[in-house]
Design a protein around this ligand. Structure first.
Ligand SMILES: *[C@@H]1O[C@H](CO)[C@@H](O)[C@H](O)[C@H]1NC(C)=O
Ligand SMILES: *[C@@H]1O[C@H](CO)[C@@H](O)[C@H](O)[C@H]1NC(C)=O
Ligand SMILES: *[C@@H]1O[C@H](CO)[C@@H](O)[C@H](O)[C@H]1NC(C)=O
Ligand SMILES: *[C@@H]1O[C@H](CO)[C@@H](O)[C@H](O)[C@H]1NC(C)=O
Length: 604
């Protein structure tokens, strides 16, 4: 169904009734396109004047792409006859010239999606452009210089559902946006919106998603009382508080809101009362603010929340009342420098599965607690829903015995805690559950725990430590990826590696002082098996005949047979022994000859 027809010496790519003529330096559509073309792609050409003639009198088009041309003139009424035209892309042209001369685009009788982005348009220009667009649902206006949206901007397009626009340097939107019609998605991201106060009316609004990210708002948006908003993004603004100054009459109810993103602002606090009107909230992102305290005491609040992201704040305190946050599955607390917590704080979260505690200052309490525990330590045992725990980069000193007993962890990250002292029973209780174990950059010189008892373990990262031996594993192991990079390994125990081989898929072994000839069997196994060594570039070994380390791929059996190799050393010892024995015998025989004067033909 694909053909290539030559028209005016130009190659036009046809797919059924769709014609693709992009990038051909055209000033108009090729004249002999087949009748009945439905899609015409004329993007990236040199069309300047858009007339019936430049479109080669095709009126049956459904999709017309004129992106990246030089259009500055459109014949009035051009689109009137195009009753099937649904998608019109006029982005990256010079429609500001057309708009200046007060010529309307329309009527756009059937157009549903219109892209006017990057046309140098500014405030007011869109008003008459869209005056007669009864079917318009999606409009892109980004990359223009529109600073203000008038109340009646979209009145000519009653079906508008989605505006993807960048209204640069928009200075104030007070009462100007009136998403009263059927707009369901309003995207005002990457503008300069300072205030979003929509009309205080009791009318019913259909807006479902409002994206106000990357603007300059310093207060939380005010929406009509009867909204159905499900998604609100106010990330990357200048919010300093959520204290609403609204009078009770103006107060917004966010009873349908499921997703709220307030990350990358300057919030200092987040009072519980803020969530009173959010009975359906599932995802709350308040990361990258300056929140010092987070507490939920009221059982009725945030009952539907599944994810809370409080990462990169300056939390000093975190408290949850009994039976609060009963749906919370994922709690992200990364980068807070949290040092002390109530030891049982995470046991109060009945559905918690994933705890991200990276970059804090926490210590782990021992099972049942004892006097040696650091004050303010946190307990991670007996959290029966917990599966993923990240305690990396916490300056952890010890992992006590049974630290995670009763918590069926699948993934445990204890990396970046240099000098970490792990009790030999620290991982007990995780034998059947643990799949991922990360112990990267811990300055560990030997592991006291028996990793072979972790029968579900598939991925283990031991990189950047000071290990001199590989932990012992047997044939029951199911390790798929093993990271031994950057340790002090001279030999990798061949029997261990042989036991791992059936399941092993990935092996990192670079940056170790491996010996070439004492790992010959292993290196041959690696060379011949399907195991992938991603850091093969740095996987080298030391050979006494070479001044530089040798890449493990280049090691051959012969290298270890030639002088200087192991075989030669053995041979030299044998030769030396034979010589010594011969000399001894010779001396003794000479003595015999001397004293007894008996000639012996053996040595003659
Ligand atoms: C475009 O139209 C204008 C007048 O409508 C005319 O002056 C100009 O020459 C035309 N340009 C091209 C490239 O056809
Ligand atoms: C809004 O537009 C931006 C690009 O300007 C895009 O990244 C973002 O995903 C859009 N938001 C929604 C909710 O579609
Ligand atoms: C906020 O956090 C949520 C959940 O972790 C995430 O999906 C979203 O991408 C984050 N927003 C930003 C702006 O990073
Ligand atoms: C790492 O261990 C070595 C001794 O094995 C010690 O000298 C060094 O100070 C340790 N480094 C850290 C950061 O704990």
């Amino acid at each position: 169904f694909t053909s290539c027809c030559w028209t005016e010496g130009i190659s036009v790519h046809m797919v059924q009734m769709d014609a693709f003529c992009s990038d051909l330096s055209l000033r108009s559509a090729p004249v002999d396109l087949p009748r009945g073309v439905q899609t015409l792609d004329l993007s990236r050409n040199h069309v300047q004047n858009l007339t019936r003639e430049t479109l080669a009198f095709h009126t049956g088009l459904r999709r017309l792409n004129l992106r990246s041309n030089e259009i500055h003139f459109i014949q009035p009424g051009l689109f009137v006859d195009m009753a099937d035209l649904k998608v019109l892309d006029l982005s990256r042209n010079r429609l500001n010239v057309l708009a200046l001369s007060n010529v309307s685009l329309g009527p756009l009788t059937a157009v549903e999606t219109l892209d006017l982005s990057s046309n140098g348009l500014y405030t007011g220009m869109t008003d008459y452009f869209l005056a007669h667009s009864p079917s318009l649902e999606v409009l892109a206006l980004n990359g223009n210089s529109i600073t203000k949206i008038a109340q009646n901007t979209f009145s000519g397009s009653p079906r508008l559902k989605k505006i993807a626009g960048a209204f640069d340097s928009l200075s104030g939107l007070t009462n100007s946006i009136c998403p009263k019609n059927s707009i369901t998605l309003l995207n005002l991201s990457k503008n300069s919106v300072e205030l979003f106060h929509s009309a205080t009316s009791t009318d019913y609004y259909r807006l479902l998603s409002l994206d106000l990210s990357e603007n300059k708002m310093s207060s939380f948006p005010l929406l009509p009382r009867n909204n159905r908003l499900e998604r609100l993004d106010v990330s990357r603004n200048q919010l300093q508080s959520v204290n609403d100054t609204a009078t009770p009459d103006e107060k917004t109810f966010f009873s349908h809101l499921r997703y709220l993103d307030m990350s990358y602002n300057q919030l200092q606090s987040l009072p519980e009362s803020f969530f009173h009107c959010m009975r359906s909230l599932e995802v709350l992102n308040v990361s990258n603010n300056c929140i010092g305290e987070f507490s939920v005491a009221d059982e009725g609040l945030l009952r539907t929340v599944k994810v809370i992201n409080l990462g990169y704040n300056s939390l000093r305190s975190l408290t949850f009342g009994e039976n609060t946050l009963r749906s919370l599955e994922k709690l992200l607390l990364r980068g807070n420098g949290l040092a002390t917590l109530d030891s049982g704080v995470f046991r109060r979260l009945p559905s918690i599965e994933h705890l991200q505690l990276r970059q804090n200052n926490l210590q782990i309490c021992s099972w049942g607690r004892n006097r040696q525990d650091a004050p303010g330590c946190v307990s991670f045992s007996s959290v029966p829903t917990l599966q993923i725990l990240d305690l990396s980069d916490n300056q952890l000193r010890t992992v006590p015995a049974d630290a995670f007993a009763g918590s069926p962890l699948k993934s445990l990250d204890l990396s970046l805690n240099p000098g970490l002292d792990m009790d030999r029973d620290s991982l007990s209780g995780l034998e059947r559950s643990l799949v991922h174990l990360l112990l990267r950059e811990n300055n560990i010189s030997s592991l006291s725990m028996d990793l072979s008892s972790l029968t579900s373990l598939k991925h283990i990262d031991l990189s950047t430590n000071q290990l001199t031996t590989v932990p012992a594993w047997n044939r029951d192991s199911s390790i798929e990826s093993l990271n031994l990079q950057n340790n002090h390994l001279v030999t990798l125990e061949y029997s261990t590696m042989l036991a791992l081989e059936p399941s092993l898929k990935t092996l990192y072994m670079g940056s170790n002082p491996l010996s070439c000839c004492s790992n010959l069997d292993l290196l041959q196994m690696v060379q011949n098996s399907a195991v992938v060594v991603p850091d093969i570039e740095t996987a080298t070994c030391v050979h006494q005949e070479y001044s530089e380390p040798v890449n493990i791929e280049q090691v051959t059996q012969d290298m270890c047979l030639r002088p200087g190799g192991r075989y030669y050393a053995v041979a030299a010892v044998v030769v030396a022994l034979v010589t010594v024995v011969t000399l001894v015998l010779l001396v003794r025989s000479l003595k015999l000859i001397h004293f007894k004067r008996i000639s012996c033909s053996i040595f003659s």
